[in-house]
Design a protein around this ligand. Structure first.
Ligand SMILES: C[S@@+](CC[C@H](N)C(=O)[O-])C[C@H]1O[C@@H](n2cnc3c(N)ncnc32)[C@H](O)[C@@H]1O
Length: 515
């Protein structure tokens, strides 16, 4: 089967589904990103700088793989697909993500029983499209699949425990470990549900009642890397938009198309003057996403050298006040955009106020459920105030105090500096830590002799994150020097020198850090 006939299968399917595609578009392999969308014409309505944005692809809502459409579609499958879309024990439907994932699993599984294969694939009106889904680990046997260029390194959820361990210290490690734990526990439950459903089918054999973890991880990756949040209905919904989902990512400054969402369709429209004949159509998967986030979600490293922005999001686990007030570790965000360094760590307000300032947090452990957390500011108790609301209350109470504002900022700077230095040390540590015990389903397939492309990815990620931390540390150092000279801080320190010994604990820390 040739490349053009490949593309024509997909485009023919799209036509049957009332998907409108500009006549000069092709879907074909790219050197690094699997399949992509290419413009091959010279229509001035698309290429000219003076043209209006032009619709390249328009996908009607009824074709989008949303949970709602899949549930409707599942009704025609009788006893096979529908029971998979419910939670095993109760009769409730699974989440939107779960529904899309289970539909993909059902459609892409190779059933041995002809009856099941017919229902899942041959009578599936999405199969012509689903046949083009990438498969980073599984061996491809389909004619058109074998033509796809597979990426040199698999996405992180496919990494072996040994590969994952090498990411220790990067901002990828914790979310990746957590995701694999989640996938493992979901899979335990789902694989037995799958077995229950297919054991009842006449003629079902071993290949029909068993589903592998690798299949589950692949379906999850397809959902994660292709799903969009669609604000079409009253409440935004998740959906995979066929054909438009072949658009690859580039840096925001190089994009040549964007999404347009109307009441009845999702469209890909051109950016005037950005597309020439032969160009690939590119969108941006998120201008504020850093290397780690793109790697986690889409499985590749962005071209950060040419990007105007690098961003690191790190979950902060203090096991204390933050955990109590936020419920889960909050995210510290650092950004270097066009050379400008910024950070977003509002939750540090929770750590820069002390009992000495009239701030207290008290915890009452419940017999069941999370503990009750009360905050008290200058003797006034605020019950059940959590997260950003708690931060706002502290800012309101202390942020307007001219005498304390700089002191508090200095405390925040010092805490952040300490965290960043710790994270830099973690990044520099070469030792491999204890494995991700959850990942028992993927067998170790590493060879010491062959060069592992995942090593290169992790090393690049380490270097990028280290650079961001270094730039933030430089800024913090400057800010620390400014604050140390501020009248408010000098007055505060002088007053503390005169204060009785017992009251000096916090300033001693501040002074020690300043030295
Ligand atoms: C929405 S899909 C795009 C279509 C995809 N290329 C395919 O063959 O089906 C997103 C996936 O495309 C690949 N991709 C997109 N942009 C890329 C890029 N700039 N570099 C490498 N891979 C990219 C990644 O595998 C990503 O998870």
């Amino acid at each position: 089967m040739t490349q053009s006939s490949d593309s024509s299968i997909l485009l023919g399917w799209a036509q049957l589904q009332d998907i409108n595609i500009h006549k000069s578009l092709q879907i074909k392999p790219t050197p690094q990103a699997g399949l992509g969308i290419f413009y091959t014409g010279s229509d001035p309505l698309v290429t000219s700088e003076d043209a209006e944005p032009s619709t390249l692809i328009s996908v009607p809502n009824k074709v989008i793989l949303t949970a709602e459409n899949i549930r409707t579609f599942a009704l025609s499958y009788g006893t096979t697909l529908l029971p998979l879309l419910r939670n095993g024990e109760d009769e409730e439907m699974v989440s939107e993500r779960g529904t899309i994932l289970r539909f993909l699993l059902f459609s892409l599984h190779r059933f041995a029983a002809p009856r099941l294969q017919k229902v899942a694939w041959e009578s599936n009106c999405y199969s012509a499209y689903l046949g083009f889904m990438p498969s980073p680990l599984l061996q491809q046997t389909d004619d058109h699949q074998s033509l796809l260029t597979s990426p040199s390194a698999p996405p992180p959820t496919f990494w072996t425990p040994g590969q994952i361990n090498k990411a220790v210290g990067t901002s990828l490690y914790a979310p990746l470990s957590a995701k694999l734990r989640l996938l493992t526990s979901e899979f335990e439950q789902f694989s037995s549900q799958w077995r229950d459903v297919f054991e009842k089918v006449d003629g079902a054999g071993q290949a029909d009642v068993e589903i592998s973890f690798a299949e589950y991880v692949r379906a999850d990756w397809l959902v994660t890397s292709r799903v969009m949040e669609l604000p079409i209905w009253d409440e935004p919904k998740l959906g995979i938009v066929p054909i438009i989902d072949f658009a690859n990512h580039t840096n925001p400054s190089d994009v040549n198309a964007r999404y347009e969402i109307t009441d009845d369709a999702v469209k890909l429209v051109s950016l005037p003057g950005r597309i020439a004949s032969g160009d690939e159509i590119f969108i941006s998967y998120g201008p504020n996403k850093g290397s780690s986030e793109i790697l986690f979600t889409y499985g590749f490293l962005i071209d950060s050298e040419n990007a105007s922005c690098e961003c690191v999001k790190m979950r902060v686990r203090d096991g204390g006040v933050l955990q109590l007030v936020y419920g889960r570790p909050p995210v510290a965000q650092f950004e270097v955009r066009d050379g400008k360094v910024t950070w977003e760590c509002e939750f540090l307000w929770l750590l820069c106020v002390t009992e000495e300032d009239g701030f207290e947090v008290s915890v009452a452990q419940q017999i069941e459920g999370p503990p009750d957390v009360d905050m008290s500011i200058h003797g006034q108790t605020l019950s059940g105030v959590r997260g950003q609301e708690a931060v706002e209350a502290i800012k309101e109470a202390y942020g307007s105090d001219d005498k304390m504002r700089d002191v508090m900022e200095l405390r925040r700077v010092l805490i952040l500096e300490k965290w960043l230095s710790g994270w830099m040390e973690d990044l520099a540590r070469v030792e491999v830590r204890q494995g991700v015990e959850a990942d028992e389903h993927i067998t170790e397939a590493e060879s010491a002799e062959t060069e592992d492309p995942v090593d290169g990815i992790i090393e690049t990620l380490r270097q990028r994150e280290e650079r961001v931390y270094l730039l933030v540390l430089e800024e913090l150092e400057k800010r620390k020097d400014e604050l140390a000279q501020s009248d408010a801080v000098l007055t505060y320190l002088a007053a503390q020198d005169e204060a009785p010994e017992a009251e000096q604990a916090s300033v001693e820390t501040v002074e020690a850090e300043l030295r």
